[in-house]
Design a binder for this molecule. Sequence first.
Ligand code: UGA
Length: 431
Amino acid sequence: MKISVVGTGYVGLVSGVCFSELGNQVICVDKDQRKVDVLNKLQSPIYEPGLTELIEKNYREKRLEFTTDLSYGVKNSDIVIIAVGTPPLPNGEANLLYIEQVATEIATEMNDYKIIMTKSTVPVGTNHRIKEIVSNLTKFPFDVVSVPEFLREGSAVKDTLNPDRIVIGTESEAAMKILTDLHKPLTDNIIVTDIRSAEMIKYASNAFLATKISFINEIANICDKVGADVTKVAEGMGYDKRIGAAFLNAGIGYGGSCFPKDTNALVQIAGNANYDFKLLKSVIEVNQNQRFNIMEKLKASLTTLSGKTVAVWGLAFKPNTDDVRDAPAFEIISELVANGVKVKAFDPIAQENFRTQFNHPDIQWCESPLDAAKDSDAICLLTEWDVFKSINLFEVQNVMANPVLIDGRNVFSKEQISLTKFDYKSIGRPG
Ligand code: UGA
């Protein structure tokens, strides 16, 4: 198939590259000339394992192009994928400005029948709005289809090439057949439904996963009080197929560009339909408070924070990404600095991204986990990067002023810690 993808963020770029890997002819379009220049030098503007290799391979095999020319993309494709951002408005609602602009531009550049496939996460009813915009501006036939994306950052290529399911929301039999064939090499689990349900599946999935995380985080907080171990509790729960083991890792709460944005947007979508989504509001509140759980533990170990030096290990919202959007590290470091703490920060990949968004005279940027730990009174581990998991804890304790380790991701086992001198606290694993 001939495909163009508008928007080369995580979703657009990874989808475009993976469709070319499947043998399709793909044109990736972005209005940001800088991004397109980087891509044309066969580099990836985002850190995503395996992506650069696929960009190089498919570009050299002439199945993949990058351009700022939307007209060229639309005119030379049968399927136009919309994958532009839907950032939150101040009230939490998704901002559909970019979607509407792109729909308008696609409509004016059409030269034949097109399938307009939306991959951006959009509120229920948006694809009908796209249909309305396009039909007002073109005489050519087209179908609008919602195919929400479920990839995770850090494993985006793997998730896209091995999805659990593909959801196709459409009103058109012809588009359904074409898109089923397009996705068939990826999975047999293809769910065909109406457009509104497809839009809702995406929000409901993210909201449910966020609910699982806030649920286990509250169980962890109770475990701390009653002396139970949340990792064992989660393991014991997870074997029940109705519950499942995934997304039951307690920690400092979820961040990133999706869960915070999509949970707030779903609360708004419900509210606009006169429904008070109480459960999801609590999920959001629990997540917000969970970020400060680690501060309480740090205070308990250090007694006073003012004048202390604290190493922060991990700034990305999760490992294997350089993305720091809505990373818990922002609020935690702000709180540390506000309490008179000198912060020594280290992240193996996301440090530069974080530093450009948040710098402060009381933050020292470090070159390694050991460099950050040196002369510190405590370490707060915020992201479970492999480099932290495999570190020699004896070396770490020896360079610290005071061996306190607050593990916000339950990375280390009690056995590992018992051999060291660390005053160690984690989430929901007392003693
Ligand atoms: C999430 C969804 O998992 C994807 O299916 C979806 O496509 C994507 O949002 C999106 O809407 O685009 P992502 O935000 O990349 O993907 O990352 P996740 O792996 O889901 O992690 C989100 C946050 O939850 C991270 O901060 C992570 O540390 C946290 N988390 C995850 C936990 O605290 N505990 C867990 O057990 C799992």
